[in-house]
Design a protein around this ligand. Structure first.
Ligand code: FAD
Length: 368
């Protein structure tokens, strides 16, 4: 086992961030010149999760949305491995690194089985794109944000494909309101997408020759290929046998206080989708958590705690689900709307330029 004691030049505090997604990457970037930062992530890159569906229809899109951690974490350390245990002072990774910390930030929102390197990730988009291009008919399983956004991308870029979307629930996009779901259903139907609600698909039932998928309602769907968009579980299973096991709630979320510290822990913060904050799980909120946690970490590292610390407050529910390159459905605090107006906000660039800027990178240009 390799024990890593980061060099404490200038007596800087050791901050270890676990999880290099939307929240973890931003907190690591924000602290890199104030602390000795180590970022632990099983992959070498940060990926803008919601841009991956555009990258499946346009693989070059991934060039800007898949960013090596090294590109924005220029003054920190990257450990490419999954965290598997923590003690009061150390993090243990699957590859046997033992990393000492003074402060810990847990940001393991979701664990997607994605490749380790950026090149492998970009190649996977290419493979998925070829799968879409060579199919006449496509089955999408799951009517949450991933399934709906993928259906929208395919419908707009490949209008000749026969797309069927099967969803187990009684309506699409259950994470937001029924108005948004109804409007989305009508939009998908207007693009000739067949939507089947309250059904599931037995993916083992399909044979290579027939390409017939059976649903739980006994219907047969003919499709050349399928995409599974049923979401991924919260990334906290690895915490179940650690010192934080009692800080997990019944759903596996980490319980945090208003300063985003894990309840009862002075030096452990949690941010992003893994927290038990009662709000919909959205990247822009995960980014807000990251900025609050970064500010509070700077305060505690300066030895000033208490009232000076920033408090995280939940706001009103807001979500935008893109529907191809032009349209989107938006649930805003005052209205639910669909079409090119909400599309103007999200659908062209999917906030990729904005996220890149936040990480201190140029929004458009990719340096080889
Ligand atoms: C289709 C879709 C569209 C969306 N659209 C939007 C949108 O338009 N706007 C918006 O604000 N939000 C959107 N979201 C939600 C947004 O993606 C999430 O809220 C956001 O990714 C949460 O960020 P996070 O950092 O908490 O977790 P994640 O981004 O899931 O990152 C978790 C990171 O932790 C790593 N990890 C997991 N386990 C371990 C471990 N044991 N050790 C080390 N690392 C680990 C993972 O590799 C990953 O890098 C969308 C989501 C989906 C699925």
């Amino acid at each position: 086992m390799e024990r890593q004691h980061p060099d404490l030049g200038e007596n800087r505090r050791r901050v270890v961030v676990i999880g290099g997604g939307i929240a973890g990457s931003l907190v690591a970037k924000s602290l890199q010149f104030s602390a000795d930062v180590t970022l632990i992530d099983p992959k070498e890159y940060f990926e803008i999760t919601w841009a991956s569906l555009r990258a499946m229809v346009e693989p070059n899109f991934g060039e800007r949305s898949v960013i090596n951690h090294r590109d924005y974490l220029v003054n920190g350390r990257v450990v490419t491995s999954a965290a598997i245990n923590i003690t009061d002072t150390e993090v243990l990774t699957a590859e046997g690194h033992l990393i000492v910390y003074d402060y810990l930030v847990i940001a393991t929102g979701h664990m997607d089985p994605v490749p380790k390197t950026r090149t492998e990730r970009l190649n996977l988009y290419q493979t998925e794109n070829e799968k879409i291009k060579s199919a006449h008919s496509i089955l999408i399983v799951g009517g949450g944000p991933s399934g709906v956004e993928l259906a929208g991308e395919v419908a707009v870029d490949f209008p000749d494909k026969k797309v069927t979307l099967v969803h187990r629930g009684s309506r699409l996009l259950e994470f937001i309101g029924p108005k948004a779901a109804d409007k989305t259903l009508n939009w998908l139907k207007s693009k000739n997408i067949e939507v089947k609600l309250e059904q599931s698909v037995d993916l083992n039932s399909v044979s290579d020759e027939s390409k017939i998928y059976q649903t739980s309602a006994g219907e047969n769907i003919k499709a050349d290929c399928h995409f599974l968009c049923t979401g991924t579980p919260i990334g906290s299973a690895w915490l179940k046998n650690t010192i934080l096991k009692d800080n997990l709630d019944i759903r596996g979320s980490l319980m945090v206080d208003e300063n985003l510290r894990v309840k009862g822990r002075r030096n452990i913060f949690a941010i992003g989708d893994i927290t038990n904050i009662p709000e919909i799980k959205q990247g822009y909120l995960a980014q807000k958590h990251a900025l609050v946690a970064a500010k509070n970490l700077k305060i505690v590292m300066d030895g000033k705690e208490g009232s000076k610390m920033d408090t995280y407050r939940t706001g009103s529910v807001m979500a935008i689900v893109s529907l191809g390159r032009r349209d989107a459905v938006a649930q805003l605090p005052f209205a639910t709307t669909i079409g090119c107006l909400p599309g103007l906000i999200k659908s062209r660039d999917l906030f990729v330029g904005k996220v890149r800027k936040q990480l201190g990178l140029e929004p458009d240009i990719v340096h080889a």
